[in-house]
Design a protein around this ligand. Structure first.
Ligand code: NAI
Length: 465
């Protein structure tokens, strides 16, 4: 007989476990099916370990650059196995925390690979021959690192980001194929550890999802850090040799390095899981959903990276909470229906050095949407705390003509920490005068946001205008 629940969540990554936790809190009986460890890509192979590695990279840079601050120190060695073990310890603590929350909320964790099947005309989940049925199902099976047909990922010379995170020895040189978020984060960390890095990007600029001014500033900063950046480049061939990897570009350039990281995007994990067979419609491999994350089968929902759009852990959390609350609303437990999650309102952070953080529309998008836009760029040179940190960068605001601020784009050390206020500004449709009237503590980098709004409101303080 099939075990029965109010809700079954397939996949215990950010989207899946958030959905399970919130649903249990709302009084549903929940089964969470996971073939690996709860926490998923973000916790075990993505956000958390990469950010730990990037923090270690920042420590290396601080030591290397200490003399600029009157602190003379030298790096003895970078022990990558030590970095990995530090990252593992962070992951382990968070894993224990999340597992504890799941068991405290009495969620049934089903260990094993789940598959969607039909029983009496209703979709159910089968794990190792055991059937589990529920009133509602949530697909949260995440994404996997994409590769290219001409590249054979061997895990030693040609690697995915997941394999690169497990390296226990630093290469002397690396080619990073793809200058998107993963590519620039690894390039940045490896360079800080002393690796010779070349980024090969097919598009004309790095981080092409960002405002073009951010891409230009990142490229300048990377070149200053001696990261070799090749944009608008097409790979025409790649082979492994004893010493590493040889790549040829369409313009004839030959590149050689000890390893190649393939960072050309992540694909949705939706095949071989019975989705299509049970009638869940896919679109380009992603699960097709309406704006309430409902699939083509009314009692089945999808959250996180299987849903086309920004592949970010915090979007997954938000999706998961949304679906739990949607079901609670339908069941009469919550009076109000939750507000749908809109990608344009989701903050984005890239943790390279310098960091990038943004929310809302970039200048080109605003022009397309409103026919025109007003922008202002406040240089971090005018910000005391940024001077103390010796970082360079800017805060760029995009405003609907005579209207609210619709986009905030930032680059510079630690700007990730400013994205919280930035998202309040764009998501609450603040006008420049609203923010200009707020007091920002001195000396913080947060002041740069205040100063940019003062300038956009026509009364710049620490800026010419
Ligand atoms: P991405 O889509 O951000 O970047 C892939 C890049 O590879 C693009 O710039 C693309 O033009 C380039 N590319 C594709 N084929 C190529 C080829 N044949 N030759 C050269 N370049 C090629 O994907 P990425 O960086 O792999 O990241 C995957 C997902 O994970 C993204 O959606 C990202 O947002 C997410 N992620 C987010 C992080 C964060 O928020 N800090 C950290 C890591 C990943």
């Amino acid at each position: 007989m099939a075990a029965s629940f109010d809700l079954i969540v397939l996949g215990a990554g950010s989207g899946g476990y958030a959905c399970a936790l919130r649903a249990a809190q709302l009084g549903f009986s929940v089964a969470l099916v996971e073939k690996d460890k709860v926490g998923g890509t973000c916790l075990h192979r993505g956000c958390i370990p990469t950010k730990a590695m990037l923090h270690a990279a920042e420590v290396a840079d601080s030591v290397r650059n200490g003399s600029q601050f009157g602190v003379h120190a030298a790096i003895d060695k970078v022990d990558l196995a030590g970095v990995v073990s530090y990252a593992d310890s962070v992951v382990g603590r968070i894993y224990r925390g999340v597992s504890g929350l799941i068991s405290a909320r009495q969620i049934t964790v089903v260990h094993g690979a789940g598959r969607l099947t039909m029983s009496d005309g209703r979709p159910i989940v089968t794990v190792a021959g055991q059937a589990y049925q529920a009133n509602h199902l949530v697909l949260a099976t995440g994404s996997y690192p994409r590769s290219l047909p001409e590249l054979e990922i061997d895990g030693t010379k040609i690697l995915t980001s997941e394999q690169a995170l497990r390296l226990d020895r630093l290469p002397t040189s690396a080619i990073v194929l793809g200058g998107g978020v993963i590519g620039v984060e690894f390039a940045s960390a490896w360079r800080s550890f002393g690796v010779d890095v070349t980024i090969v990007e097919a598009l004309p600029r790095l981080v092409s999802g960002e405002d073009s001014s951010i891409s230009a500033a990142l490229e300048r900063a990377f070149r200053k850090r001696s990261i070799n950046v090749i944009t608008g480049a097409a790979m025409s061939g790649c082979r492994t040799a004893e010493s590493g990897v040889r790549m040829e570009l369409a313009d004839g350039q030959q590149l050689e390095a000890e390893i190649l990281l393939v960072a050309v995007g992540r694909g949705p994990q939706t095949s071989g899981l019975g989705y299509q067979e049970t009638g869940v419609e896919l679109d380009g491999g992603f699960v097709r959903v309406n704006d309430r994350l409902q699939t083509s089968i009314p009692q089945v929902y999808a959250v996180g990276d299987v849903v086309s759009g920004l592949q970010l852990a915090h979007r997954g959390f938000a999706h998961g909470i949304f679906v739990a609350e949607e079901l609670a609303h339908q069941a009469g437990v919550l009076e109000q229906a939750p507000t749908p999650i809109v990608d344009a309102e989701v903050p984005r952070v890239t943790y390279c050095d310098p960091e990038i953080a943004s929310v809302g529309l970039n200048e080109d998008e605003a022009r397309t949407r409103f026919g025109d836009s007003e922008t202002i760029t406040y240089d971090l040179t005018g910000n005391g705390k940024s001077q103390i940190l010796k970082t360079r960068g800017f805060v760029k605001l995009v405003r609907r003509p005579s209207g609210p601020v619709v986009g905030v784009h930032m680059i510079g050390a630690r700007v990730s920490e400013l994205v919280g206020e930035a998202q309040l500004i764009t998501n609450w449709d603040a006008f420049p005068t609203d923010v200009a009237g707020l007091i920002h503590a001195h000396p913080t980098q947060n002041e740069a946001l205040g100063e940019a709004h003062l300038a956009l409101a026509g009364k710049p303080l620490h800026a010419h205008g």
